[in-house]
Design a protein around this ligand. Structure first.
Ligand code: PMP
Length: 439
């Protein structure tokens, strides 16, 4: 391990200086904790197409694509033109404008909802979706899946102890009142019984279940067989709402997100990341009857930057003009090529790894065993090997996925090419023999 860090430090001297300075002004030197890794993070100078260039002039092929927010790649010419046009017409109105009608129509076309409200992030989308579910059902409790990430607001930051998987949640970080989490109940992905037992224990008290239809914060864990359909059936039976957190899956697993992919109509959908083309845009939506709970004296939803014309213009060009149904064919072809190439390397070097993919996304899971939920992830995944993979790939000019690799997945954008995929595979093959070396 020492050698890879030495190479990294040799290549990234200016990043080291800037990071040292940042620690004076900012806790841990970063503005989001996942940006921190050993020995220090890269400082970006600029991004172009599928490339990131750091302050030392190193070029990286980017497969993180901003944690999946950049399905259209960086600096897409149509996005740049739309933003430039909007900047000259004003970036914030805090009054209604037609662009938001146009974007609402695009979103309603793609996802099975009648109405939408815009937010500025995924966190806000899930936070308001939970309030809506509670307001609509007049119930307080929600079910959350262990190991799922829905942003860092209090109701969903849970301690995901793999040993204690059901019942009331406990806070996942300091600063969250224990009482707040008493209304969050923990279920287990791909384990219907864990969810049924909560509905039995808290009869008539559960407003809804919030679920990532594909767990994309534990690498990629796919739902088994009829799991999602059965969760929907329980919700219907118990008068609770099914909330799909499609912040990562929406517009990425296919044109219409996981709802289209699995042919399931949830009651509420949360969106963000890829719908904004890299600008801060989120949304939550539902059928009209549920959204009608947002009214004076009912559920509140407001915000200075909501539906600001800059982000809405970016979202509109992204969904309407760039991410057309046609555009997904090439993304899926390239993703398949990358997955197959990784599988070949894993077999050739007898690495104890496997791959999982869906739509535009794929991941190397750092274990041999297939994973069904966060308990398996905690038990089987070799986090240290993920670190070796990360730093090794950076040294070979690749941002292989977002950080940290064992929890994330790559995104193939509309701008990736066969050459980009070949380079990834070359890099992976180069570091493959080093992955088994212990530090
Ligand atoms: N939900 C999911 C499934 C996510 O992956 C994330 C972010 N990774 C969020 C919500 C929160 O989104 P944001 O970072 O935009 O607040």
């Amino acid at each position: 391990m020492k050698e890879v860090y030495r190479i990294y430090e040799e290549r990234t001297k200016k990043s080291a200086v800037l990071y040292k300075e940042a620690r004076n002004y900012t806790p841990l030197g970063v503005h989001s904790y996942v940006r921190l890794y050993k020995p220090y993070p890269l400082y970006v100078d600029r991004a172009e197409g599928t490339r990131i260039i750091d302050v030392d002039g190193n070029e990286y092929i980017d497969f993180s694509m901003n944690y999946g927010a950049q399905l259209i790649g960086h600096t897409h010419p149509q996005l740049v033109a739309a933003i430039k046009k909007q900047v000259e017409r004003g970036t914030l109105y805090t009054m209604p404008h037609n662009l938001s009608n146009e974007l609402a129509k695009e979103i309603i076309k793609r996802f099975p909802i009648d109405q939408v409200r815009f937010t500025n992030s995924g966190l806000e989308a899930t936070m308001h979706a939970l309030r809506l579910a509670r307001g609509y059902t007049s119930r307080d409790k929600i079910i959350k899946i262990g190991g799922a990430y829905h942003g860092l607001h209090d109701y969903v930051v849970t301690k995901d102890d793999p040993e204690r998987t059901t019942g009331e949640a406990t806070p996942g970080c300091k600063g969250i009142p224990v009482g707040t989490l008493q209304n969050t109940l923990m279920g287990v992905f791909n384990d219907l019984a864990s969810i049924e037992s909560l509905f039995n224990q808290y009869k008539g008290q559960i407003a809804g279940i919030i679920i990532e239809p594909v767990m994309m914060n534990r690498g990629i864990i796919l739902p088994e067989d009829n799991f999602l359909k059965e969760v929907k059936e329980i919700c219907q039976k118990e008068g609770a709402l099914l909330i799909f957190d499609e912040v990562k899956t929406g517009a990425k697993v296919t044109w219409g997100g996981a709802s289209e992919y699995y042919d399931i109509k949830p009651d509420i959908i949360c969106l963000a990341k890829s719908i904004g083309g890299g600008l801060p845009l989120g949304a939550f939506g539902a059928r009209k009857e549920i959204m009608s709970a947002i009214e004076p004296g009912g559920v509140s939803h407001a915000g200075t930057y909501n539906a600001n014309p800059l982000c809405v213009a970016a979202g509109l060009v992204t969904l309407r003009d760039i991410l057309t149904k046609e555009s997904y064919k090439e993304i899926f072809r390239l993703n398949k090529k990358l997955i197959e190439g990784c599988e070949e390397i894993i077999a050739k070097y007898k690495l104890p790894l496997h791959t999982v993919s869906i739509g535009a996304c794929g991941t190397i899971q750092f274990c041999k065993e297939p994973l069904r939920n966060h308990k398996d992830h905690a038990k089987f995944v070799d986090v240290e090997m993920g670190e070796r993979f990360w730093i090794g790939m950076l040294n070979n000019g690749m941002i292989p996925c977002p950080y940290p690799p064992p929890r994330e997945q790559w995104t193939i954008s509309v701008q990736h090419t066969d050459e980009d995929i070949n380079k990834y595979l070359e890099g992976f093959e180069k570091i493959a023999p080093t992955l088994l070396e212990k530090s």
